[in-house]
Design a protein around this ligand. Structure first.
Ligand code: ADP
Ligand code: MG
Length: 248
């Protein structure tokens, strides 16, 4: 049996004020594979992303990335693990420094990894190429790039640390249809060349099924259905999954 790269076991998260965002949720991502997480707005998807990244701790249950609790890592182990566990947010414009050119954003991520200065320009150009961006765009500021281009910069920056897992929280929901399709193609391509795993989050099962091997359906903080993406799409067992599909 494969040892999971990321696992959540019976995780509960209650926010101050008493909102139970997640209620005994279990989920795993295997090395080199994609787990999809779908659910409507407010179902707890981003909370699960923050737990996976170790940004917040669960109230009960366990989170493990490569066998370790990502929230409790300190010092050198934390730096190493953070590099292997990356995040692509829904609104990358908000996560890029507006005063920094796109190339500098990627170059800084390389610097943080200890890549020597003389190698950074070449590595940055290579990463731009990898995500389908003209390296000439490295000189632009985020405001001078389209939404799709900014998202690619965010992906290039995430890849700079050669991660094992990228948590993608609705990475295409701010894009138009065609940019969305190209983004999914890119994420698929990047995975084919490497052992990259994704936790791919979306409110749209139609988007998730193209990428994911396994899908969990989240409703009001509970997993109501889980299984192979194709099975959920063809034969949804839970009425909520059917309702999600009905909305397509
Ligand atoms: P999703 O990403 O699926 O839209 P979230 O994980 O963002 O869901 O939110 C799940 C629930 O937790 C919602 O009811 C939301 O209002 C609540 N919530 C999210 N973040 C916080 C917070 N920092 N403090 C209090 N409640 C929160
Ligand atoms: Mg969210």
């Amino acid at each position: 049996m494969t040892v999971p790269l990321l696992s959540l076991e019976q995780v509960t998260k209650i926010y101050p004020g008493g909102v139970t965002a997640l209620d005994r949720v279990s989920l795993r991502v295997d090395p080199g594979r994609t787990t999809g997480l779908v659910g409507e707005s407010g179902s707890g998807k981003s909370t699960l992303a923050r737990l996976a990244l170790g940004l917040i701790a669960p109230d009960s249950g366990t989170v493990r990335f490569d066998g370790q609790d990502p929230h409790r890592l300190r010092g050198r182990a934390a730096r190493g693990t953070r590099a292997r566990l990356q995040f692509v947010p829904q609104h990358p414009r908000g996560s890029l420094n507006p005063a920094l050119r796109a190339g500098a954003a990627v170059s800084l991520a390389l610097a943080a990894q200890g890549v020597p200065r003389r190698e950074r320009a070449e590595r940055t150009a290579a990463l731009f190429g990898q995500v389908g961006l003209d390296p000439g765009l490295a000189r632009r500021y985020p405001r001078e790039l389209s939404g799709g281009q900014v998202q690619r910069v965010a992906i290039a920056r995430a890849l700079a640390t050669e991660p094992d897992l990228v948590v993608c929280d609705e990475p295409t929901s701010a894009l138009d249809r065609s940019a969305q399709a190209r983004m999914l193609d890119l994420l698929t391509e990047l995975q084919q060349d490497s052992d990259l795993a994704y936790l791919f989050i979306s409110h749209d099962l139609a988007v998730v099924r193209h990428l994911a091997d396994q899908v969990s359906v989240l409703r009001h903080g509970r997993v109501v259905e889980h299984g192979p993406a194709a099975r959920l799409w063809d034969e949804p067992a839970h009425p909520y999954t059917r309702a999600l599909l009905g909305g397509v």
